[in-house]
Design a protein around this ligand. Structure first.
Ligand code: ADP
Ligand code: MG
Length: 227
């Protein structure tokens, strides 16, 4: 099963909306958090269960807004020639603690002489993190995440991230990258959407292959030079 992903039209509209809304929501959120903390400190009876729920939900709103802000491009973008092998190694180090908790090990296969990529390194790292995190999260029984970086078609680099998770059925495969599409209790359903947007801004492409019960491979193809 294979799905080709390019949803940039919808993405640009959502990006503009996100900019306005996310900024407007942030200020009242800060006030809410502050006053809820004050309330908890002031009230004599123990309502820690209620306060726990309120704080959890506020944090959830926070993470949704943060992911939305990525779409709105608030950060200054700085494209440069970058060693994405190094970028991937940093990502793996960053995610090792979470991987260990899930009994997941990484295997990194590199072709010699991977050329530097013209990219926005922080954004690209975000994509690697989102996709690898998803891989870790579906591997409830542990196993290997196999990551390979190689040159293809002369002027492109292909990053593949393969997990041994539950796989994705064809109906869900079509919905990947849709805003708020999640199958997780605590998911936001924004990680992949943000990732597709970033890769499409790099003139790249994400493809997914999945076999239920066996696992999933995400392919990220990036042009080496500015196009
Ligand atoms: P979230 O992780 O918050 O649910 P994402 O956008 O990162 O949001 O992912 C959306 C959904 O895509 C997930 O909830 C999951 O159902 C599916 N998915 C993504 N990556 C994988 C994977 N490697 N294996 C199985 N399902 C996946
Ligand atoms: Mg995710």
């Amino acid at each position: 099963m294979e799905e080709h992903l390019r949803k940039s039209d919808t993405l640009s509209v959502i990006g503009q909306l996100a900019a306005g809304i996310a900024h407007e929501i942030r200020n009242p959120m800060t006030a809410l958090k502050g006053f809820i903390q004050l309330l908890e400190d002031t009230i004599k009876e123990d309502h820690s269960m209620y306060f726990g729920v309120i704080k959890n939900e506020l944090n959830r709103i926070d993470s949704i807004i943060n992911e939305f802000l990525v779409l709105a491009k608030p950060q200054a973008m700085k494209y440069l020639e970058k060693d994405i092998v190094q970028l991937m190694k940093e990502t793996i180090e960053l995610l090792k603690p979470q991987a260990v908790l899930h009994n997941v090990q990484f295997q990194l296969t590199l072709e010699t002489e991977i050329p530097y990529i013209y990219c926005e390194p922080n954004q690209l790292k975000k994509v690697f993190i989102n996709i690898i995190k998803n891989a870790i999260e579906v591997m409830s029984n542990g196993g290997f995440i196999r990551i390979a970086i190689r040159k293809v078609d002369g002027d492109q680099v292909l990053v593949s991230i393969q997990d041994e998770g539950e796989g994705i059925d064809p109906e869900k495969l079509r919905r990947l990258g849709e805003p708020f599409f999640t199958t997780k209790e605590k998911g936001t359903g924004l990680g992949l959407m943000v990732s597709y947007k970033i890769i499409s801004e790099h003139q790249g492409q994400i493809d997914v292959e999945s076999e239920q019960g066996k696992g999933t491979v995400f392919y990220i193809k990036l042009p080496i030079r500015r196009v």
